[in-house]
Design a binder for this molecule. Sequence first.
Ligand SMILES: [Zn+2]
Length: 446
Amino acid sequence: MKKIVIYLFTWTVLFSCHKNEEPVTREKETNPNTSPALAAVNEKEIPAGKKIRALVGAMLIDGKGGEPISDACVLIDGNTISDVGKNGDIPIPPEADIVDVKGLYLLPGLIDAHFHLDGSKELPYHFLQHGVTSLRDPGAWIEAYAGERASGYALPRLFLTGPHLDMPPPAYPLNALLVRDVEEARLQVNRMADQGASAIKIYFRVSLQLIREICAVAHQRGLPVTAHLEIVKAKDAILAGVDGIEHVTSFGTDLIPEPEAEKYRQAVLADNNARREGRYAVWNTIDVNAAETDSLINFLVDQQTFLCPTLGAFEYRMEKGKEDSVKVNGFKNMMSFVGKAQEAGVSVVVGSHSIVPYAPWGWSFHHEMELLVESGMSPAEVIVAATMENARFFRIADRLGSIEKGKQADLILLKANPLNDMSAMRQIHSVMLNGVWVSDTIAMEP
Ligand SMILES: [Zn+2]
């Protein structure tokens, strides 16, 4: 039986208002500590821990790719990690609650870069139960989360972008904010920033000129920009200022011969839905080992572009009734590209896409982590992608994304070692958000 965690909300603050008066440089952030602190819309609704706790005996996996520490001690003071080290090396204050977590694996809370509500009630709550302590929805009205926020369920930190910016005719009218010219583009980015957006999302019909304008205004407001592309090439969008690319498929037209790329662009311009089958045809023909692929990957490394592949959204396997070899091969090439990009130094991050064909409901984030391992990343690298890299992508790495002194206490305990087998990420023992245990299954405090 599911035990509901009831939160007492204070409704004085519905939307945390992000106002960044000082113009921020357009340069890509390299030092996370200098990034503006972007807030989750429900930041002030999340209860903060009040106790001093020492979590003792777990194997610590820090989220930054550091050597795991066996028999670790993590001190938590309220909602903040106040010390981290080997058990016995750090002083435990006498008033601390000592929590024996021997035999467990302690990781930072997971961060999902690509979450959609998809009409699925309580999904954010279930993601939190499964270890996702922060998520970003790249394309929903901030108001769309009002129901979840009023539900009384514990929720992850909700980083929202507002609707995605698109040009007519939009692929998803209900989740789109149309921009038709420079004026509208400037206006809508500022509006979203005023309403608490912590990033801006560009959708695929937006012209290159408007992409440039959107990025300029967003960067002035301190917001990163991420894009789903079909028509504009990723390389052009990145040169225009885009910080992150959603979906591996967004690189399709960069990687095929020009006449084929133009054919695809025109097909999608004529009909948004041409992308659905068309993208597999494109990826079926991509040569992942071609010089053009290497050159694009090197460009992404140079530009420090974040790549959120959402492989789970495109997964297609040969099975009975699904013998489409174009799709099977297209998907294989998508995975190879991601593995190769990460190995070359591209900053790959994890985005679940919420509901995907091959993951049980509520487990798509973990499934995506497994797909990234299948693409060639090590479990240790995928854990960094799911925590610290996403914190850098969100520009919240100064306070989240790793288990380090001074960071906020969002963490998870697992029953098995994910460094040996990524599927251990599904073995959730308990979840802490902002210094408070929020797990239903194992109550670690009354
Ligand atoms: Zn999406």
